[in-house]
Design a protein around this ligand. Structure first.
Ligand code: UDP
Ligand code: MG
Length: 323
C-alpha cells in the first residue's frame, strides 16, 4: 500500500460523499494504491451513516467511530495507528482541503525523499478573524521551533510512515506535529502551496479560543520535548537558584547582625531580623527552592518507573551498517 489518507470528521455529514468522490476521481488515473481511513469523532449528525454508505461501495475505506467527541488530535492518532501505507496523508473532511492536492503532495514527498510535506494555504478562503491571528501564531511558532513553515496548522499534510509511528497525539497537539516530528529527529520538512476552498457545508469546530489554547500548547510542547528525559535539569536548576538566593540573603542578615553586635551597638538599637523584608524574601526563596528541587526529584522517579519505554529510536537506514 502506497498511501493512507486519514480524515477526521466531526459533524461533516453533508461533505462526506462529495469528499470521497473527489478523492476517487483525483487518484483514478494515478498508479497510487491507497486506503481512506475516516474517523467519525463522535458526530451527532448523519456523518456515520454517510461513511457507512460510501464504505459499502468501496473496499478501500476503513471507517472508525468514536463513542464521543474526543477532538481532532485523538481522531488523527487513531488513524495513524491504523494506517498501513508507506506514506500517510491527513486532510480535513470539510472540503476546504482540495483532494486534487493529494497526488502532487505524494509526488513531492517521494521525489525529494522528505519526512513531511506540509500544505500552505497561501490564498486562504477564511474570514479575517481567522487569517490575521493565524499569521501571528505561525510567526511565533516559526521563531520558537526554528522550522521555516508558513502554515503549521494546515490540515493537509503528508508524512513518511516512520514519522507518524513516532508520534503520540493527544489534547490539541495536532497543531504541532511538525515540531514533535522534528524533536523526534525527522527534520526533512518541506512545504507546498495548496489550494484552499471556502467551507461549503457545516460550521468550523474551533472558535477564537483556539489561539489561547494553541499558545499554551506551544509552551508545553516546547517544554516537554526539551526536558521530558531530564526534568531535574529544569526544576533542579531553578530550584538551586532560588535556594542559593535565599541562603545568601540569610547569610547577609546574620553577618549584618553579628557585625553590629561586635561593634557594641546596644541590642535594642539593632533592627530585629523579623522586621526586615529581606528576611521573608529569603525564607520564601529557600522554601520555593526546596519545592522545585523535590518536583524535579519526583519527575525523575516517574521517569525511572517508566524507563522501559525508551524514548530513542535507532535509525535502521544508518550508513556503514554491516548487518
Ligand atoms: N474535527 C474533528 N473533531 C473535532 C473538531 C474538528 O474531527 O473535535 C475535524 C473537522 O471535522 C474537520 C477538521 O477536524 O474535518 C478541521 O476542523 P475545522 O474545519 O472546523 O477547522 P478549521 O478549518 O476552522 O481550522
Ligand atoms: Mg475547515
Amino acid at each position: 500500500m502506497n498511501l493512507s489518507i486519514i480524515i477526521p470528521a466531526f459533524n461533516e455529514g453533508e461533505s462526506i460523499s462529495h469528499l470521497f468522490n473527489q478523492i476517487k476521481n483525483s487518484l483514478s488515473d494515478k498508479k497510487i494504491s491507497y486506503e481512506v481511513i475516516i474517523i467519525d469523532d463522535g458526530s451527532n449528525d448523519n456523518t456515520w451513516v454517510e461513511i457507512i454508505n460510501i464504505s459499502k461501495k468501496s473496499k478501500n475505506i476503513i471507517p472508525i467511530k468514536f463513542k464521543k467527541n474526543y477532538g481532532k488530535s485523538d481522531a488523527l492518532d487513531a488513524g495513524f495507528k491504523r494506517a498501513s501505507g508507506d506514506y500517510v496523508l491527513t486532510m480535513d473532511a470539510d472540503l476546504q482541503d482540495d483532494p486534487s492536492e493529494i497526488s502532487p503532495l505524494y509526488q513531492m514527498i517521494t521525489r525529494d525523499r522528505l519526512d513531511i510535506v506540509s500544505g500552505w494555504k497561501k490564498k486562504r478562503n477564511d474570514p479575517f478573524s481567522k487569517t490575521i491571528p493565524s499569521k501571528f501564531f505561525n510567526y511565533v511558532t516559526r521563531k520558537l521551533s526554528g522550522i521555516p513553515l508558513n502554515d503549521f496548522n494546515c490540515g493537509i499534510k503528508i508524512y513518511r510512515k516512520d514519522v507518524v509511528n513516532s508520534i503520540n497525539l493527544y489534547g490539541e497537539m495536532h497543531r504541532y506535529i511538525p515540531l514533535i516530528a522534528k524533536w523526534n529527529g525527522f527534520n526533512k520538512i518541506g512545504e507546498k502551496e495548496v489550494n484552499h476552498n471556502r467551507r461549503k457545508f457545516g460550521i468550523t469546530k474551533f472558535g477564537m479560543e483556539r489561539y489561547l489554547r494553541g499558545f499554551l500548547d506551544l509552551l508545553s510542547v516546547s517544554f516537554v520535548y526539551r526536558f521530558r528525559k531530564r526534568p531535574m535539569h529544569f526544576f533542579g536548576s531553578i530550584g538551586v537558584l532560588f535556594f542559593m538566593l535565599g541562603f545568601i540573603s540569610v547569610g547577609w542578615i546574620i553577618y549584618e547582625k553579628i557585625s553590629k553586635i561586635s561593634e557594641n551597638i546596644p541590642l535594642e538599637q539593632i533592627r530585629p531580623v523579623t522586621d526586615q523584608p529581606l528576611f521573608y524574601i529569603a525564607l520564601i526563596s529557600i522554601i520555593i527552592g526546596i519545592q522545585l528541587f523535590l518536583v524535579g526529584f519526583l519527575s525523575e522517579l516517574i521517569i525511572q518507573i517508566n524507563s522501559d519505554k525508551k524514548g530513542y529510536k535507532i535509525d535502521k537506514s544508518g550508513e556503514g551498517r554491516k548487518n
